[in-house]
Design a protein around this ligand. Sequence first.
Ligand code: URA
Length: 211
Amino acid sequence: MTSPAVHVIGHPLVQHKLTLMRRKDRSTSGFRRLLHEISMLMAYEVTRDMPTQLVEIETPLEKMRSPVIDGKKTVFVVIMRAGSGFLDGMLEVVPGARVGHVGLYRDPKTLGAVEYYFKMPQDMSERDAIVLDPMLATGNSAVAAVDRLKETKPKSIRFVSLVAAPEGIANMQRHHPDVPIYTAAIDRELNDHGYIVPGLGDAGDRLFGTK
Ligand code: URA
């Protein structure tokens, strides 16, 4: 089977902002603002091939047929809690999108994903799902979230992370070879605690100031 695409978003603005976020002295508010800005920029890449349809409109000069996207057909699926930091920027770009939530925590011993919350909009079979989680580390949460999401039979699924580990990408590709991955960086490896190195630390803690 061929591997699904891994899209590394190398745009200089994204790379620059990611560097600022990685710095350990970045404040909570700075980290949050940068994640918001990056998610808007990444939304452009992730939605690049979104279908459009022609609608008839009237300019001040004449009638024309012009393309629009049906944002309501998109559902952003937030993997809590760090995924929520990705959401607002994406919604700014696709304001009509629906939002689903998956709550998973990482068992500190096994690093396996345990589900505690799952809520999706109705009619998922008509929607394109974009799963949001800033850190694709072991990939266990991503795999578990996509497993559950597939039960709702969305039209398509893509996965967006800010920083990915090679281990997480391999795990996703093994379990979900049909799901393309978008990321701003593929870092070196995971450490013994399941953190991405060099990474940026715990994205949830840095986003919410909980450490
Ligand atoms: N989750 C994080 O927030 N950071 C990592 O490095 C790995 C998982």
